[in-house]
Design a binder for this molecule. Structure first.
Ligand code: IPM
Ligand code: MG
Length: 373
């Protein structure tokens, strides 16, 4: 089959990790006889430099016309350190999410056995953890009215949610739970926030349609603690935009590295796949960033296109790279060697195409004699 994929490398390490995901996709195309047509587009700080606009119209058009979107990372220290900046890279991503209606952000978190020792958390606590966070992505405080007073001495960001916005993601979270361990935890702050009370009411009502799924509630402060104390209690976590942003970074500690976490952002018509990590400008161009989150995002993309075997081929290759320790510095653990970003990508691509031989080739990687690179 032939598919058009919009590719937005973005800022910082975005381009280098996205290149590895493309290698994995090319390997899938080769092994399974597909054609992936990449349409590159700009967004973020690089787009501001080039056009003055973090999300040029052309990028929106390319994304709308594509079967799926692969995105790298966004953000630049120049803007992070300048609260006065009127135009910011992140505005590009937020506008794209809104423009394409990507309301449902799915962030799977699992403890990989091979990396269990990497986490600062105790092995007994995290082993077997398998959570999926459903984060609402186009509402809440991110998109409410914001204003700074004329004298610059006060500011506000309004948090708004409608029943419709809550309902559509809630149905998706419950459907996901039905295919998993049948538990949804709504994370909110209903003891304080009006929007959270609307979430509770709406979600409780919808839960009646999913009798096989248990619903429970946690305040976000408690949820933040429970995630570290006993992450295995969670199956599907459903939450609003800002809480989801925060607890998904926190939950990444369970996986051993934020460099492993992929996500999908889906709407009625479009879907975008991206690592949950940021642009890590300090590592830009150094060939040290972990490409696995981007590669796993490509697997989610294939899954979305209905290419299940192909997605699994990528996941198997990633697992293999972890077993063999062909990983970047952030997850080298107790091993005294690590591999460059590009070489991890080469291994994954190679393993997708010739699984059996890759083991052999790997033996030479650290000796610098690999035949696959
Ligand atoms: C994420 C990121 C974004 C967010 C930023 C880059 C705007 O942190 O996708 O989690 O806050 O949603
Ligand atoms: Mg975030």
């Amino acid at each position: 089959m032939k598919y058009t994929i919009a590719v937005i490398p973005g800022d910082g390490i975005g381009p280098e990790v996205t290149n590895q995901a493309k290698k994995a996709l090319d390997a899938v195309a080769y092994a399974y006889n597909h054609v992936f047509l990449y349409k590159e587009a700009q967004m973020g700080a690089c787009a501001i430099e080039a056009t003055g606009n973090p999300l040029p119209d052309k990028t929106i058009d390319i994304c709308k016309a594509a079967d799926a979107i692969l995105f790298g990372a966004i953000g630049d220290l120049k803007y992070d350190n300048n609260p006065e900046a009127k135009v910011r890279p992140e505005q590009g991503l937020l506008k794209l999410r809104k423009e394409l209606g990507l309301f449902c952000n799915v962030r799977p978190i699992k403890a990989y056995n091979q990396l269990i020792e990497n986490s600062p958390l105790k092995k007994e606590v995290i082993q077997g953890t398998d959570i999926v966070i459903y984060r609402e992505l186009t509402g809440g405080i991110y998109f409410g009215k914001k204003e700074v007073s004329k004298d610059g001495l006060s500011a506000y960001d309004a948090c708004l949610y409608s029943v419709d916005e809550i309902s559509r993601i809630t149905h998706l979270a419950f459907k996901a739970a039905q295919n998993r361990r049948k538990k949804v935890t709504l994370v909110d702050k209903a003891n304080v926030l009006e929007t959270s009370r609307l979430w509770r009411k709406t979600v409780s009502e919808i839960a009646k349609q999913y009798k096989d799924v248990t619903l429970d509630f946690l305040f976000v402060d408690n949820a933040a603690m429970q995630l570290i104390l006993n992450p295995k209690q969670f199956d599907v976590i459903l939450t609003e935009n800002l809480f989801g942003d925060i607890i998904s970074d926190e939950a990444s500690v369970i996986g051993g590295s934020i460099g492993l976490l992929a996500s999908s952002s889906v709407g009625e018509k479009n879907a975008l796949f991206e690592p949950i990590h940021g642009s890590f400008p300090q590592a830009k161009g150094k060939d040290t960033a972990n490409p696995l989150a981007s590669i796993l995002s490509a697997a989610l993309l294939l899954e979305h296109l209905g290419l299940h075997d192909e997605a699994e081929a990528i996941e198997r290759a990633v697992e293999k790279s972890l077993v063999l320790g062909i990983t970047t510095e952030d997850i080298k653990g107790k091993k005294d060697f690590f591999t460059e970003t590009s070489k991890v990508g080469d291994f994954i691509a190679d393993y997708i195409i010739n699984q059996e031989d890759s083991n052999m080739n790997f033996m030479n990687i650290h000796a610098g004699q690999s035949t696959i690179i």
